[in-house]
Each structure stands twice: as C-alpha cells, then as structure tokens.
Ligand binder design. Structure first.
Ligand SMILES: Cc1cc2nc3c(=O)[nH]c(=O)nc-3n(C[C@H](O)[C@H](O)[C@H](O)COP(=O)(O)OP(=O)(O)OC[C@H]3O[C@@H](n4cnc5c(N)ncnc54)[C@H](O)[C@@H]3O)c2cc1C
Ligand code: SF4
Ligand code: SF4
Length: 423
C-alpha cells in the first residue's frame, strides 16, 4: 500500500547525494537553509565511494577535497554530520517522480522506497548479517551507518534477524510511500553512470571472463573489497601479472557517445601507477588513441612512463579467451604500423561516462537544455554554468564527466547563487 504524505515548507531540493549533492546540501544547511537531499541508493557518497584512491592527492576516496587552492576543506563521509544536521532531511532509496509548480514554488513528488532498516536504531552489531545473506554492510564508512537489506535475497534467516535484532531496527514489512514537498529551488546533482559496454562485441565484456571496467578494477584494488586489495582475476582468484587497459571505450565513438569522457585517461593512469608501483612485478600496457591528461594531471603520465607502464597508440583488434584464464590480444600499433600480440591476465576497459537513468525525464520535466544527455547551462554565454533554469541549478558530473574537486567547486557555486538570490 502506498502512503501519501504532504509536507508543505520551503526548502531546497537536492537530487543526488554524491560529492556534489552532499557538498551543496551540507553547505546550504550550514547557512541555515533547510534542504531535502534525496538519493535513489540506500547510502550517500555516489560513485566516489567506489574509487579506492582518488587523484589529485591519491587519498582514500571516502574523503573528498575541494580545491588545492583552498586547504583545510577536506570532509570525510564517516565524520560528516549529515544525519545529525537538523537542516538536512536525508531521504535514501528515494526518487523524484514528478515536478510541477513554478520557479521559486516547485512541487516535487517523491517516491520513498521501503525503509526496512531504521538507520538511527541500527548499531551495526552484525547479527543480521550472520543470520541471512539479505543483509550486508555496503562499506565500513557508509552513511547512514547501518546495514542494508535486499528483499530479493531474502531467506528464512531474515525473519530470524528481524526477531533477534537487539535494537528492533529491522522491519521486513516496510512499505513504500509517497510525499509531495514544496521547494523554492532545485539542485540537480545526479552525477554519471559508468557505461557497461556489453554491446561492444570486440571487447567481450560480460561474455569473456577477466574483462572489467575501470570502476570494477578500483573495487579489486580496494583493501575493503572482496580480495582485500590483492590484484586477482575475477574468474578464479589467480594472481594478475599482466594487465592491458584500453581507452575510449564507447567515448569518442559515433556509435555510442561522440564526446570525450574527459577524466578516464587520468584515472586509467592512476590505476596503472598504483599497479606498477605497488604490486611487484606486474606489467601494465595502455592502448590509447590520445592521452588526455588535462590541467595538473600530466604528472600521472610522467610517473607512468618513469614507472615502466607501456603505451601502445592504436586499437585492440582481437581478443580471445585461453583455457588457462588468460586472454590473447592482438593490438594494432599505429606508430609502428604493426599488429602486436599480447597475453594478459586482466583486460580493463576505460568505459564512457554516461548520464544516469532518469536524466532525460528530469531534463524534459524542467524544460532544461540537454548537453550530450547531461544537464547543460541555461545560457551558454553566461559565466554561471551552474544555472540550469530559473531557480534550478546543476553541479558535479550531472553537467558531464567531472572530477571530484571540480564537482565540489561547482556545488559551492550553486550554494553561493542560492544565498545571493535570497538576499
Ligand atoms: C573509475 C573512476 C575513477 C575515478 N577516479 C577519480 C579520482 O581519482 N579523482 C577524482 O576527482 N574523480 C574521480 N572519478 C570521478 C568521480 O567519480 C566523480 O567526480 C564524482 O563521483 C562526481 O560526483 P557527483 O556527486 O557529481 O556524482 P556521483 O558520484 O555520480 O553521484 C550522483 C548521485 O546521484 C544519485 N542519483 C542519480 N540520479 C538520481 C535520481 N534521478 N534520483 C535520485 N538520485 C539519483 C546517484 O545514486 C548518486 O548517488 C573517477 C570516476 C571513475 C569512473
Ligand atoms: S541486527 Fe539490528 S542492530 Fe545489528 S546490524 Fe542488524 S539491523 Fe543493525
Ligand atoms: S579521457 Fe582519454 S580515455 Fe577518456 S574518452 Fe577522452 S581520450 Fe578517451
């Protein structure tokens, strides 16, 4: 049964609780502005929660920083007071289904998923995880600090967990609900989705074992991941000694996305350097069209060359799985005008960063300007790239592929514009 609740007030609605949305919401709240922060996932942090080490500082990505020019602004999700900040109403498992009204007086209909776990009550004792596979802790530093429950994995142990939870935090019978809120401004911080290149046949993603994307590689390298940070083959846990990365998968390709995803050269090099410098005796080869290390990130390319990462300018033309779990690869080297043969344990795709599900609907419902499927500025000639329409703002990777410091800086620009509009 769907419960309908109407809440009338005048806060700012922030859609997406990645680094951009979190920054906007926490800063607005700190300035005394009520904020409703929604995310369709059960925890906040967005894609940054899955990056392991993050450029430009190579710190753990659970922490994020704004700009190197402004020190002392690091915020750690673990320490963030997002749940205790009275001006933030955080709604996880929630999506905006309809927006109506007029600028300054929008009505947003929210679809709130079942709240199976009361995060304020959960003490993370782990008893439910022992009882049933339907419960898990998504990450040691997740926010809210609580386990999550997947009804699709439910088993007999789930009922036992509900009965035995020491704080009665579990409600397996929880139902979805709907709320309509009135908000003055909308901040779109919906970020990106890493394309799963199943339809690009030549790379065998989803069909051939040991072909992964860069985000999946980050999870293998993460000490909190399944392998405890050991570089192993997903198929059999065998040690990885040779890695090949291929750039521009689905990006700069008229069949998929014509745009350059901007940051994939930098994070591919970040991963190549981590593997070469921290995993003894592992050889990385990067097959590229152009290496685009913009701005200050050129140093990742220099470090990679010095560390012994091999670069092949060209394209991968054939890939075959071998019986021992390795992959035979033929790559055309356009500088040598030669086909080269490789045998690797892991093949990593630098896949396009695409708009997340629901972006087109959001753009249409607010009559915004699309920019390659992401949210474009209201006025291309204006300096205010974060203004998407009257009382509608956009920040972070919702504008197109963006790194964390850039996303934080844009979120701050949004906060400053909202504050100015209320003077
Ligand atoms: C492999 C890889 C490595 C990277 N490494 C680095 C690095 O080292 N350093 C760096 O600076 N950057 C790195 N990045 C980029 C980094 O991930 C982004 O800069 C950052 O995540 C952008 O934050 P965001 O908040 O804009 O978007 P996201 O992190 O994408 O967050 C968006 C949030 O919005 C939610 N959402 C989306 N649509 C809706 C909707 N309709 N309703 C409700 N919620 C919604 C999502 O669930 C998500 O939580 C890397 C990216 C990749 C793919
Ligand atoms: S048993 Fe209850 S308190 Fe313990 S981790 Fe599970 S939900 Fe949280
Ligand atoms: S950033 Fe590099 S890998 Fe990514 S699309 Fe652009 S050129 Fe290709």
């Amino acid at each position: 049964m769907v419960e309908v609740k109407t809440l009338v007030s005048n806060p700012v609605l922030v859609i997406g609780a990645g680094v951009a949305g979190l920054t906007a919401a926490t800063q607005l709240a700190d300035f005394g502005i009520r904020t409703v922060l929604v995310d369709r996932l059960p925890i906040v942090g967005g894609n940054a929660m899955d990056l392991y080490k993050a450029f430009p500082t190579d710190d753990c990505s659970y922490c994020f920083e704004g700009s190197r020019l402004r020190p002392g602004i690091r915020k750690c999700f673990y320490r963030s007071a997002i749940l205790d900040q009275p001006n933030i109403d955080l709604k996880v498992n929630t999506e905006v289904t309809e927006i109506s009204g007029s600028p300054g007086k929008f009505q947003a209909k929210l679809s709130v998923g079942p709240q199976y776990i009361d995060s304020k009550k959960c003490i993370m004792c782990g008893l439910c995880i022992e009882c049933s596979n339907a419960f898990c802790l998504p990450s040691p530093q997740c926010q809210p600090q609580a386990v999550i429950y997947d009804p699709e994995m439910s088993d007999e142990g789930a009922k036992k967990a509900e009965e035995e939870c020491p704080t009665k935090a579990i409600n397996l019978g929880a139902q979805p609900s709907e709320e309509t809120i009135q908000v003055s401004d909308i901040v779109i911080a919906t970020g990106y989705h890493e394309m799963k290149p199943v339809s690009i046949d030549e790379y065998g993603y989803g069909k051939i074992p040991n072909v992964v994307t860069q985000l999946e590689l980050a999870q293998i390298l993460d000490p909190n991941g399944k392998s405890g940070g050991a570089l192993v083959r997903p198929s059999d846990g065998g040690q990885v000694k040779r890695v090949m990365m291929v750039q521009c998968v689905g990006s700069r390709d008229e069949n998929y996305y014509p745009f350059c995803s901007k940051i994939c050269c930098v994070y591919a090099l970040k991963h190549a350097n981590i593997i070469t410098l921290e995993r003894d005796g592992t050889q990385v080869t990067v097959v590229y069209m152009d290496i685009r290390t913009y701005d200050r990130h050129e140093r990742y390319y220099r470090v990679a060359r010095d560390a012994g990462v091999r670069f092949v300018r060209g394209r991968v033309s054939r890939l075959e799985a071998c019986a021992d779990g390795t992959l035979d690869i033929i790559a055309y080297d356009s500088l040598l005008d030669k086909y080269l043969k490789f045998n690797v344990d892991l093949f990593v795709l630098s896949s396009a960063l695409e708009p997340p599900k629901g972006s087109a609907e959001l753009i249409e419902s607010l009559s915004l300007h699309p920019a390659s499927g992401f949210v474009g500025p209201a006025d291309l000639t204006s300096e205010n790239a974060v203004v998407a329409a009257d009382h509608v703002y956009v920040c972070g990777a919702a504008t197109g592929p963006a790194e964390i410091p850039e996303s934080v800086t844009q979120a701050r620009a949004v906060v400053s514009m909202i504050l100015q509009s209320r003077k």
